[in-house]
Design a protein around this ligand. Structure first.
Ligand code: NAD
Length: 333
């Protein structure tokens, strides 16, 4: 039995986590969940946004799966998600996307993974006004050699392990010559160590155009924090939206798997939430734990369920969260 910290989050987080736990139990996955939560619900009960016991659990188990957590606008903290990524140096944001059966999309044959640098870039949030009248503001974009090298290596390692012969690096080095220029330079250096894998270089604006005309030609994309943030939601939209977008934040020591979407306050508590994004994230977690057979078994049941046209409202169906979960369990065989 492998222990995993389960952070349900809030909003629809409770419903989709319940679905995950039930499916793992039915599939007899050798994973024991240790539930620890964070966020405003926890704050109201305990006075702490992230309890000490959550850190202890994550640091002991080294692996966690997390539902969405609401970030209140205009109040105290920025984001628990961003905080955890920073605290545990989870530098790889891994966002795989692919077409799924029964989900109508404009494009077919998409299967690509985005590697987004998760700790640097303009996302560090170092901003200030330049004058007292607040007529001008600046933000710092920090790119380091270490940060760039490790994310680019992650992307190339993934390509190597999955027998993919091209990695696309996305940048704006024509304008940002020091920051993006260094990232691109390092991509060229790293690529030299991977025989048989080509490096394709694309400027971010061109990349956006290519992704909405020919998305199927990309397999692995590596880029800086903000470009990766935007591109990964764009690609999620190409394959059916945020309800089907899995993700993971991976460091050298600790990994946190998570659905990409937010807490969906508009449908929370109504048994309407689509648990697929969290479930697909859990499959990536099982592969990370070398439990590939269990990942395959659950994936087959999910695909069979979608093929039978059992879908939640966000995908044009009318199944509730519990009906969809039940059907997947039935299809586990
Ligand atoms: P959201 O992703 O919560 O919702 C956007 C739309 O997509 C809503 O209409 C929602 O109903 C729908 N949706 C999202 N996930 C769905 C699912 N699984 N099934 C069915 N429909 C789904 O985005 P938002 O409304 O901008 O954010 C709400 C809160 O979540 C905010 O406080 C935000 O900061 C937070 N958030 C958290 C995370 C995270 O914890 N990783 C990520 C994004 C946003």
């Amino acid at each position: 039995m492998k222990k995993v910290t389960l952070i349900p989050g809030d909003g629809i987080g409770y419903e989709i986590s319940e679905s995950l736990v039930e499916i793992f139990k039915a599939a007899k996955v050798p994973v024991e969940f240790e539930t620890e939560n964070a966020g405003t619900d926890v704050y109201e009960k305990t006075g702490e946004l992230i309890p000490e016991s959550l850190y202890e659990s994550v640091e002991k188990n080294k692996i966690a799966i997390k539902g969405p957590i609401t970030t209140p606008i205009g109040k105290g903290f920025r984001s628990i998600n961003v905080y955890l990524r920073k605290k545990y140096d989870l530098y790889t944001n891994f966002r795989p996307s692919r077409n799924l059966p029964g989900i109508e999309t404009r494009y077919k044959n998409i299967e690509l993974a985005i590697f987004r640098e998760n700790t640097e870039g303009i996302y560090i949030g170092e901003e200030k006004f330049e004058d007292e009248e607040k007529t001008s503001a600046i933000a710092i974009k920090r790119i380091t050699r270490k940060g760039s090298e490790r994310i680019i290596k992650s992307a190339f390692e993934y390509a190597k392990n999955n027998k993919i012969s091209k990695v696309t690096v996305v940048h704006k080095a024509n304008i940002l010559k020091y920051t993006d220029g260094m990232f691109l330079e390092i991509a060229r250096e790293v690529a030299k160590n991977y025989e048989g894998i080509d490096l394709e270089e694309l400027i971010i604006d061109n990349m956006c155009m290519q992704l909405v005309t020919n998305p199927e030609r990309f397999k692995v994309i590596v880029t800086m924090n903000l470009y990766g943030d935007i591109l990964s939601d764009l690609v999620a939209g190409l394959v059916g939206g945020l309800g089907v977008a899995p993700g993971a934040n991976i460091g050298d020591d600790i990994a946190i798997f998570e659905a990409v979407h937010g807490s969906a306050p508009d449908i929370a508590g109504q048994n309407k939430a689509n648990p697929l994004a969290l479930l697909l994230s859990s499959l990536e977690m099982l592969k990370y734990l070398n439990l590939n057979d269990f990942a395959q078994k659950i994936e087959n049941a999910i695909l069979k369920t979608l093929e039978s046209d059992c879908k939640t409202g966000d995908l044009g169906g009318n199944a509730t969260t519990t009906e969809f979960t039940k059907k997947i369990i039935e299809n586990l065989g």
